[in-house]
Design a protein around this ligand. Structure first.
Ligand code: ATP
Length: 309
């Protein structure tokens, strides 16, 4: 018996490596990226309701739409269409608890879409398999499939074609949240502007990083973290340079802008070091707040369902 309501926990992502290629005919950039799912999570609860609605609580909830603009609601519609259901008969109440920074480059909206897909597949007893859910996820957004899948994965295309990467070790991160978000298309636009007429440096291939992941040594991994969007995020938010420096000064092995930013992620040697770095960074006055996280963690999971694959 599926319990109702159903709560799904969904992870944030950090891009350990992100290469942004040329703009494609459809306007998207060709990407090659290595994602890692982190223990910074949103929780999405789905329950039947007479009238559909969305409520959002937690960090940054005020700037999350509670109408059809919410990516999780788009997931409800897409799943209903694929499953031959009317999303209003009966309705669905979506309750989102944000732990992932909003517009922070950690794919929080995508995580909520993945949570809604996963939760409603169970609530409506659609019994769609992983591949079918991944297929719907890819239509919803580049980062939605990874939020479903979790772990560590290589993403190509817009980021939606995923190949899991074996990463047996747990890595320890400190996450520095900025006072407000960055608009992802604006960051890509800034990258295009910076690249215009120049042969600006692009991150090299991800192969050495993939090898470092098999060794499990965070020092090796730290040396190979790379993000083509970092220069653009720093250009739009020059104070991020100070944040990145402060994390390394506090003892992190390396710091990187997460995806399109402005959140910064710092890789630490172990869990104790992460706690130390977090304490020092939060006193340095270079960010709004800090969190400690570990990765990789699984993708979308029903809370209380410890036997899910
Ligand atoms: P990206 O995946 O593009 O890197 P991000 O992680 O930087 O995105 P999100 O937190 O996904 O940013 O939010 C981007 C914008 O999407 C927000 O400004 C918000 O208005 C809108 N949005 C829609 N649905 C959600 C949701 N469920 N949670 C957060 N933001 C949402």
């Amino acid at each position: 018996m599926v319990p109702t309501p159903i709560t799904v926990r969904v992870p944030a992502k950090v891009n350990l490596h992100l290469t942004v290629g040329d703009t494609r005919a459809d306007g998207y950039h060709e990407l090659a990226t290595v994602f890692q799912a982190l223990s910074l999570v949103d929780e999405v609860t789905v329950r039947p309701a007479d009238q559909s609605g969305i409520d959002v609580r937690g960090d940054g909830a005020d700037s999350v739409p509670t109408d059809s603009g919410n990516l999780a609601w788009k997931a409800v519609r897409a799943l209903a269409e694929r499953g031959g259901r009317d999303p209003e008969e009966p309705g669905v109440q979506l309750s989102i608890h944000k732990g992932i920074p909003v517009a922070g480059g950690m794919a929080g909206g995508s995580a909520d879409a993945a949570g809604a897909l996963f939760g409603l597949n169970a609530l409506w007893r659609l019994e769609m398999g992983r591949d079918e859910l991944l297929d719907i996820a890819a239509e919803l957004g580049s980062d939605v499939p990874f939020a479903l899948q979790g772990g560590t994965a290589l993403g190509t295309g817009r980021g939606e074609h995923l190949v899991p990467v074996l990463a047996r070790h747990t890595y320890h991160w400190v996450i520095a949240l900025d006072s407000s978000g960055l608009h992802t298309p604006g960051v890509y636009g800034e990258l295009d502007r910076l690249r215009e007429g120049t042969h600006s440096q692009r991150a090299s291939g991800a192969e050495p990083l993939l090898e470092a992941l098999t060794s499990g040594d965070p020092r090796e991994l730290a040396f190979l973290l790379g993000n083509d969007l970092q220069a653009a995020a720093v250009s739009l938010r020059p104070h991020l340079r100070r944040t990145l420096r402060a994390g390394v000064d506090a003892g992190a092995l390396a710091g990187i802008v997460s995806g399109s930013g402005p959140t910064c992620a710092f890789l630490c040697s172990d869990s104790e070091d992460a706690v130390r770095v977090a304490a020092e960074l939060s006193g340095a006055g270079v960010c709004r707040t800090v969190r400690v996280a570990r990765g990789p963690v699984p993708g979308a999971r029903i809370v209380g369902d410890d036997h899910a694959d």
